[in-house]
Write a protein that binds this ligand. Sequence first.
Ligand code: 5GP
Ligand code: ZN
Length: 113
Amino acid sequence: MANDCLFCKIIAGTIPCNKVYEDDEVLAFRDIAPQAPTHVLVIPKKHITGPAAVTEEDDSLMGRLLRAARQVADREGLSDYRLVCNNGAGVGQSVFHLHLHILGGRPMGWPPG
Ligand code: 5GP
Ligand code: ZN
């Protein structure tokens, strides 16, 4: 728990969220500014600042995170979806607590912008 972290406050329940999945290590909730018909954020309850801060200790947690994302996508009825995990402000990271964006429900171009 980082006191100044928005997502840690969501995990603690001090800031509300529209929760779609929770287990002992992972939480998923709808993005406040959706960029697609389905836009869900999947986060570890452990405060990790971003993908570059993942360590060997987190190996099983990262597997849990990916499997939780698949469960959310299944529940949303998505077979095709995009997982985005930004690392650094230069590519758009604005919350420094690791999160996977699940984006789906509309066609998407490649490469991303
Ligand atoms: P990033 O830009 O760091 O990859 O993604 C952060 C995401 O968090 C953004 O898509 C933004 O819309 C979302 N977000 C920021 N503040 C809140 C909030 O208070 N609640 C929810 N549900 N999403 C938020
Ligand atoms: Zn945090």
